[in-house]
Write a protein that binds this ligand. Structure first.
Ligand SMILES: N[C@H](CCC[C@H](N)C(=O)O)C(=O)O
Length: 280
């Protein structure tokens, strides 16, 4: 497949900036070479003052099991097992530079399908995990009703999520509650935190606190987890629109997994200088 000019670190390191419904990504295309992203690089690049800033960093790699492999890092340098909006952006990039209309993308949680249908990118984010060991939780608990104030639902989408249903999403103190839930001992790997207001059987308003990053304008795996939680609670049907701070996502929990679609934007391409890379 065609790729951008992925210059090597000695000469600077090329990257792309993409947005997926306001979720903010740096994407590095490492096909045809050894992977370059380290925890230190992710942390330096993720710092909006020292580096570039992003919600997640995604590195595209050659794959022996799918069209590409894809790895994700949070702004604090930690790894994320899933990132739905970055997966959509990477799929859009690959659809744009190839003639293809279907791709397979291997992430930490397995091989995901991406399709181009009427110029919209659809990604199957896979089956949700509802067993407490898989989320994971630190001890046995009912994932449909976690023993925490606010009665959240725990859902794994390759990464952990705690979904709170609220009357008014705008009124929630996301910056106050989010980090407390992220670090609750019930979540041994910490958790992403969603606040969902059901507006009708096919519409939800959702705000998010992301593990390792903080408040973001959207979270694709969080949108999938929220849809699953809403269906489990009998609050919506399996197909819905979700308004996040950065726009709208569409979710459809089908037999073969949770499908998601929504907007993507290629914002700019740039190169990290050898000076920046040398100082990491
Ligand atoms: N923005 C991402 C999710 C990031 C989740 C990450 N914060 C984690 O540690 O799991 C998405 O679109 O799915």
């Amino acid at each position: 497949m065609a790729r951008m000019d992925n210059a090597l670190p000695d000469h600077g390191l090329a990257f792309m900036k993409w947005h997926g419904a306001g979720n903010d990504f740096v994407i590095i295309d490492s096909r045809g070479r050894e992977p370059v992203v380290t925890e230190a690089l992710a942390r330096a690049l993720g710092d909006r003052n020292r580096g570039v800033g992003f919600d997640q960093l995604a590195e595209i790699r050659d794959s022996d099991a799918a069209d590409i492999d894809l790895d994700f890092w949070n702004a604090d340098g930690s790894r994320a097992g899933a990132c739905g909006n970055a997966t959509r952006c990477v799929a859009r990039f690959l659809f744009d530079v190839t003639e293809r209309e279907a791709l397979t993308i291997r992430t930490e949680r397995g091989v995901l399908d991406a399709r181009l249908i009427e110029n919209a990118v659809h990604v199957n984010m896979g089956h949700p995990q509802t067993d407490w060991r898989e989320v994971p939780l630190a001890r046995e608990a009912d994932t449909a009703h976690l023993p925490l104030e606010g009665d959240p639902v725990a859902v794994g989408m390759g990464n952990p999520h705690a979904v709170f249903f609220v009357d008014d999403a705008e009124a929630v103190d996301v910056a106050g509650i989010g980090p407390r839930v992220e670090h609750d001992p019930l979540f041994p790997e910490r958790t992403n935190v969603e606040f969902a207001q059901v507006r009708g059987p096919d519409e939800i308003r959702m705000r998010v606190w992301e593990r390792g990053t903080g408040i973001t304008l959207a979270c694709g795996s969080g949108a999938c987890a929220t849809a699953v939680a809403a269906v489990q609670r009998g609050l919506t049907g399996r197909k819905m629109r979700m308004e996040v701070d950065g726009g709208w996502l569409a979710l459809d929990w089908r037999e073969d997994g949770v499908w998601m679609t929504g907007p993507t934007a290629h914002v700019f391409d740039a190169v990290l200088t050898p000076d920046f890379l040398g100082a990491i």
